[in-house]
Design a protein around this ligand. Sequence first.
Ligand code: HEC
Ligand code: HEC
Ligand code: HEC
Length: 120
Amino acid sequence: MSFKRIVTGLFAITLIAGAAAAVSMAAENLGAEKLELFGGKRGKVPFPHHQHQKNLDDCQICHSVFPQKTGAIEKLKAEGSLKKKYVMNKLCTKCHREKKKAGQPSGPTSCAKCHIKPKK
Ligand code: HEC
Ligand code: HEC
Ligand code: HEC
């Protein structure tokens, strides 16, 4: 193979890889910027989704526990494959506590700061 053909080949590979990366980025659905999660008797839980995506570099921290779909947590809880309050205790509050302990920016750890009490 001539030098020119190798260079042309490498250039083509770079182009294809670049195009593939652009397509996969455009195809990634980040979901809503802000979500509101079911919080039972304690009231709804507002959740700044995109803010978490910016702060945490891995979607799977949360989405290995439940799929990227609105209502996914409640669906799994209803099916019995996810315990009530598991997400709250083992994801949300656990992480916020650990970050706080490490002196890093963190989120709420008290009931009233996450849940909006329903009006009576
Ligand atoms: C800190 C936890 C957390 C992280 C990290 C996270 N998500 Fe989510 N995501 C959620 C929660 C909570 C829901 C709502 C699930 C429900 O309604 O039961 C959700 C829902 C979604 C949905 C469906 C909702 C909609 O508006 O369409 C998509 C799509 C999604 N996430 C994509 C992503 C992607 C892509 C990333 C990474 C770039 C990511 N998420 C990172 C917690 C997270
Ligand atoms: C960091 C945010 C956060 C904090 C702090 C928090 N919660 Fe939650 N809570 C959630 C989320 C998210 C859910 C829904 C997902 C789940 O069930 O794990 C939830 C769900 C619940 C539910 C409904 C469970 C069900 O399925 O019926 C109750 C009740 C509840 N929380 C009570 C509390 C109480 C009491 C406290 C304080 C001791 C508290 N929460 C603190 C985020 C939080
Ligand atoms: C792996 C770590 C991690 C997980 C899991 C996580 N958070 Fe957070 N959360 C953070 C960090 C870090 C911040 C601080 C962000 C900042 O200061 O910009 C934060 C901030 C917040 C805030 C405050 C936002 C503000 O603007 O003050 C809320 C509300 C919140 N989280 C709710 C939740 C809920 C509800 C869940 C579970 C569904 C959750 N978080 C899961 C790391 C996490």
